[in-house]
Design a protein around this ligand. Structure first.
Ligand SMILES: Cc1ncc(COP(=O)(O)O)c(C=O)c1O
Length: 392
């Protein structure tokens, strides 16, 4: 390539999961024990047969092969409104929803509609790297909030207020968190909502893992305020909820006025989410409540087992925070970065993980573990490999 490219791209690191997958493709792991993948968050189970059988019936319908409205099929958005009324107590209507190609595209729609290059967005660390990569690509400045081990990663309101300036457009949070699994309590989200209102900026919540909040508790009450769209933007994925990550199933919820602007980006970026994906989401919202609840209980079981195994075995890896799908561990190698430890774990123990520094500067001492990928049978084995990892 001889021509210059966008200077924003130069500062963006290569996608971390692709980097780890390249280690694997390059043959870094030659061990005999089966690989255990704690890296990219993907449920180990597939969607239930009732969903796939329903989708199979749609394939011969020529409508399935066509575009939908940019924002998604009306009947699907209506079904989702019903779902949000029961899950969130939401005062919501279909004009406030846009179905997207995963939560990833919902994030891009929100950011392109909200910010110009040079604007700032407050981002809690450790951050979901794709968010910061996206902001950097758009020339938006991520202003980082420090991670407080004592609070388990719940962001501090004083730290937030201190960083709000004239170019701040939003406070961006992920709850339940990726990578630390932190679940921000509903009461704290209400406080944060009041704070953003005071400063007339947006609160953007990425709630990709909301279906793994223990007991399927209501994540928050923000949607029950009829004016929620004045300052709140919600991003979600159905990929983890219905085990449909490859279907690229996501949604943006915001005021009808904001969606109206976001549709200009949607039209030029993707036109619409795939129709079959939209229909899968509607089916899930209508029929899979019990299945989702069962998975939520199972995930809590995986979480508790992982934490118990780690703490009962004098493991040199320490749990700093955890919840939903992830655990955030401190590794015992003071002279190595998280990336180096992650390579070492692959090479010596057949464990795929992510080093802490991909989630923010200064986090070399940590690792992210997606225990949600593993069945209960695999968890003791994964923890054993952490415990017995050779230091050389
Ligand atoms: C916090 C968070 N947001 C968004 C996404 C992307 O979701 P999707 O696959 O629906 O684009 C992920 C995927 O892991 C995630 O962890």
């Amino acid at each position: 390539m001889k021509f210059p490219i966008s200077p924003h791209m130069q500062q963006i690191p290569f996608p971390p999961i692709s980097e780890v997958q390249r280690w694997l493709a390059d043959g870094l792991y030659t061990g005999e024990e089966p690989l255990i993948d704690l890296c990219q968050a993907v449920p180990d189970y597939g969607p239930p047969p009732e969903l796939t059988e329903y989708l199979a019936t749609l394939l011969n319908d020529p409508q399935t092969a066509r575009y939908s409205l940019d924002e998604g099929l009306l009947e699907v958005r209506e079904e989702l409104c019903r779902h949000y009324r029961s899950r969130y107590g939401a005062v919501i209507d279909p004009r406030q929803l846009c179905l997207t190609i995963g939560a990833s595209q919902a994030f891009w729609l929100a950011m392109v509609a909200l910010c110009q290059a040079g604007d700032e967005v407050l981002v809690a660390t450790p951050y979901y790297f794709d968010h910061v990569m996206g902001l950097q690509a758009l020339g938006i400045r991520p202003v980082l909030l420090p991670f407080d081990e004592q609070s388990g990663g719940v962001p501090d309101r004083t730290a937030i207020s201190a960083r709000i300036g004239p170019r701040t457009k939003a406070l961006l949070l992920v709850t339940p968190g990726n990578p630390a699994g932190t679940i921000i309590p509903s009461a704290e989200l209400a406080e944060l909502s009041a704070l953003v209102r005071q400063h007339n900026i947006a609160l953007i919540l990425d709630e990709t893992y909301h279906a793994f909040i223990p007991g399927m508790q209501r994540p928050h009450d923000l949607f029950s305020n009829p004016d929620w769209g004045d300052h709140f933007i919600h991003l979600t994925s159905f990929g983890k909820t219905f085990a449909l990550t490859g279907y690229r199933a996501g949604m943006l919820a915001a005021s009808a006025a904001f969606i109206e602007q976001a549709l200009k980006v949607q039209d030029s970026m993707a036109v619409c989410a795939p129709r079959i994906t939209q229909q899968a989401i509607a089916f899930g919202a209508l029929h899979l409540g019990d299945w989702v609840e069962g998975n939520c209980r199972m995930m809590q079981g995986r979480h508790d087992l992982f934490c118990n195994e780690l703490s009962h075995s004098a493991n040199p890896f320490t749990r700093i925070a955890s919840g939903a799908f992830f655990a955030w561990l401190r590794h015992p190698f003071t002279d190595r970065s998280g990336r180096q430890v992650s390579r070492h774990l692959l090479q010596k123990a057949g464990l795929l993980t992510l080093g802490g520094e991909v989630f923010g500067p200064g986090l070399e001492g940590y690792l992210r573990i997606a225990f949600g990928n593993l069945s209960e049978e695999q968890i003791p084995e994964a923890v054993r490999r952490l415990r017995e990892l050779p230091f050389d």
